[in-house]
Design a protein around this ligand. Structure first.
Ligand code: 3PG
Length: 306
């Protein structure tokens, strides 16, 4: 079988070596398409692929239509909002993700960005510390749990909102469950977003929630830009000069926000959360192993389009 790794943002070379080893051992061929700049390049590359490994690369109905042999797509990572699940299902193509494999990398970046924000973007002025401060985690999945663990190391008070996670799971992790979303924002100085982009969550964090943050509040977004109501965010930053917004996925109005609110917003130029060798190795090799297991015995444990 031919496995294509198509990544606009490539894995670390050491991760590719690992993926190649797994493919070789399972008797599959590996092809690479890295740093491509047009959908046409992807269309051409998928033409003879039996399996596809991607990151945030868009796997649209058009991409699938160009891949007559494709049986499985694995998103090496957590969020699979970049894959057209409906189109894949119609074609009988299995779609999987690799949950948890890159979550520590994303969680560590939360603190990289939070410290930058509370130290006034390293402008040389007096900032503040994390010790003893409150942190609210919006969605207690794999990344949220790692964020909680690290926050406790900083001596922070951690609470979380997640209607899909039982209280006991949070309590066992030393995290206070909050059952009311607005309360998560009003009771925590810092809030870290970890909700996936779905029709329900799109633009769900806007003016009303953001302005609930206490004085000096910071909203950290390492999830998806789509979950933010960008107009609401802009209005909140305008009305509350004490608030800051730092994100690993720049909003569409990033240039405007940067110009209007200097020193209060920060955006990575490219999504960096999962961009570590460790996360690349973990997620990339997990993806290759999942594909090998699928071809060996039909294993679809991580399927997300059931
Ligand atoms: C994920 O959903 O796994 C993260 O957002 C990382 O995405 P990336 O693989 O595009 O860096």
């Amino acid at each position: 079988m031919k496995i294509l790794v198509a990544t606009e943002k490539p894995f670390a070379p050491v991760a590719i070596e690992g993926i190649r080893r797994v493919a070789d051992e399972a008797g599959h061929e590996l092809a690479l398409l890295e740093k491509y700049t047009s959908a046409e390049e992807l269309y051409a590359a998928v033409a003879d692929a039996d399996a596809l490994i991607v990151r945030s690369d868009k796997v649209t109905a058009e991409v699938l239509a160009h891949a007559p042999k494709l049986k499985i797509v694995v998103r090496a990572g957590a969020g699979y909002d970049n894959v057209d699940l409906e189109a894949a299902s119609k074609l009988g193509i299995v779609v999987e993700n690799t949950p948890g494999q890159n979550s520590n990398a994303v969680a560590e970046l939360v603190f990289g960005m939070l410290i930058m924000a509370v130290r006034n973007m390293y402008a040389g002025t007096s900032g503040s510390e994390l010790l003893g401060k409150t942190l609210g985690i919006h969605a207690f999945g794999q990344v949220g749990r790692n964020v909680a663990r690290i926050a406790q190391g900083f001596g922070m008070e951690v609470s979380a909102f997640d209607p899909y996670c039982p209280d006991e799971v949070m309590e066992k992790a030393g995290v206070r469950p909050i059952h009311d979303l607005p309360a998560l924002y009003s009771e925590n100085k810092f809030v870290s977003l970890h909700i996936p982009a779905t029709p329900e969550t799109r633009r769900s964090v806007g003016f009303d929630l953001i302005t609930r943050l206490p004085q000096g509040g910071v909203l950290i977004n390492t999830a998806r830009k789509e979950v933010i109501d960008e107009e609401g965010l802009k209005k909140a930053l305008a009305e509350r000069p004490d608030l800051k917004y730092v994100a690993d996925i720049a909003p569409d109005n990033a240039a405007e926000l940067t110009a209007e609110f200097p020193g209060r917003v920060f955006f990575t130029p490219k999504k960096m959360g999962a961009q570590t060798s460790e996360a690349n190795i973990n997620a990339g090799i997990a993806a290759a192993r999942q594909i090998a297991a699928f071809f060996l015995n039909g294993d679809t444990r991580f399927q997300v389009n059931k």
